[in-house]
Write a protein that binds this ligand. Structure first.
Ligand code: NAD
Ligand code: MG
Length: 372
């Protein structure tokens, strides 16, 4: 299928880049990649699930543009791959190919592959170029855009990394056709987040069309991914290193992170599922603090629930939840400054803001209510 992509530009001066969005854009991306690699063979990094599904499309696109890539580096799938051992293997694999400063890396996969490959690109020879080819909804609307790269440490997630912007992002919504529904839904939570943070009209659109996005309607997916990328690009364009507005993207994440920590960052609760519950908690907390109308919180909750996401802690079965434990976990979050938790709260749908020193009793109350 021929595809004219939507093009979202992330303006960062000399580090600006395009995000191509559309159904089938990967198959057509050869010339754009060739222009950036100046004809030299890039190194593709992907994972074991994605390689059989989408590597042939990328390799055909490269060949059609006259580029013969060296054999892809295929890492195991899953969050455990974002560790030092796999990072070492990846760096050895890349350096073992005798790369030069001009060698390009291509990250084909979800956020795990994008994050570790981006960090490898930031590190190899003190920085080489890379292209993001995100294949999960989460990575298309979130992790592939904005230049945060990194790996996990035994001390926590994403604690080792670098800001390193890609040269291009190719978000082919056709690749989402092979993504398990649960992963689609987890990514959808981040889509809804943009509406809840600052795009009330987009949230209304999602209320009408969210089911089509989840169920695989190509036009709906393209619109949702394009609007999400534009929202993230606009925020990163004014606050690349998270000293201001970029923090709004953490709506639901302080709560969500604690829930993920309590469940071991595994399959019990996917990141997007934790964010869905976390966003509902952020709305509940905002209502409780008298900052947000209850109707807006009800709409946020109703929509996330309607598409099939969990919205209460009690929706996650088989976990012995404990309010004290969760509060302690939140206090350990990366976003804590001088021991004070900064929450992203809302004045209504699409009106997020940050607040420090939130009343601890109110936090405990919304948690207790959600897990009852
Ligand atoms: P993931 O990369 O683990 O992908 C989820 C699963 O889907 C994996 O099993 C993967 O193999 C599989 N998969 C990927 N594409 C597929 C496809 N098209 N068809 C079938 N299966 C496919 O997880 P994710 O949700 O994409 O990303 C999560 C990671 O992203 C986390 O490590 C998180 O820390 C990171 N992240 C980073 C940023 C950032 O700004 N850098 C932002 C958000 C999240
Ligand atoms: Mg997130």
């Amino acid at each position: 299928m021929t595809a004219t992509p939507d093009i979202v530009r992330l303006d960062l001066g000399p580090r600006s880049y395009d995000i191509l969005v559309g159904d089938g854009v990967l198959a057509e991306a050869g010339p754009r990649i060739a222009a950036l690699t100046r004809g030299k063979a890039p190194i593709v990094v992907t994972d074991e699930n994605v390689a059989p599904l989408h590597l042939p499309t990328l390799e055909r696109a490269l060949s059609a543009a006259g580029i013969a890539p060296s054999p892809a580096i295929v890492l195991p799938a899953g969050e455990k791959t974002k560790d030092f051992a796999h990072f070492t293997d990846l760096m050895d694999g890349i350096l073992g190919r005798g790369i030069e400063r001009s060698t390009m890396l291509l990250a084909l996969g979800g956020g795990v592959i994008g994050d570790i490959t981006g960090f490898a690109a930031a590190s190899a020879l003190r920085g080489i170029d890379f292209i993001q080819v995100p294949t999960t909804l989460l990575s298309q609307v979130d992790s592939s855009v904005g230049g945060k790269t990194g790996i996990n440490s035994r001390h926590g997630k994403n604690l080792i990394g670098a800001f390193h912007q890609p040269k291009l992002v190719i978000a082919d919504t056709a690749t989402l056709d092979t993504l398990p529904r649960r992963e689609v839904l987890a990514g959808y939570a981040e889509v809804a987040k943009y509406g809840l943070i600052r795009l009330p009209d987009f949230f209304s659109w999602l209320e009408e069309n969210g089911a089509r996005v989840v169920d695989g309607d190509s036009a709906a997916r393209r619109h949702a991914v394009t609007v999400s990328c534009r929202a993230k690009a606009d925020i990163v364009g004014v606050d690349e290193r998270e000293s201001g507005d970029r923090a709004l993207l953490n709506l639901g994440h302080t709560f969500g992170h604690a829930l993920e920590a309590a469940t071991g960052f595994g399959q019990t609760l996917l990141h997007g599922e934790a964010v869905a519950i976390g966003m509902v908690l952020a709305f509940d907390l905002s209502v409780r603090l008298g900052l947000c109308p209850a109707e807006d919180a009800a709409r946020a909750r109703a929509h996330l629930k309607a598409v099939g996401l969990p919205v209460r802690i009690a929706d996650v079965a088989g976990v012995a939840w404990d309010v004290d434990w969760l509060v302690r976990a939140m206090a350990k979050d990366k976003k804590v400054q001088d021991g004070r938790i900064t929450f992203v709260l809302v004045r209504g749908l699409g009106q997020a803001f940050t607040l420090r020193d939130v009343d601890a009793a109110a936090v405990r109350e919304v948690l207790a209510e959600s897990l009852a």
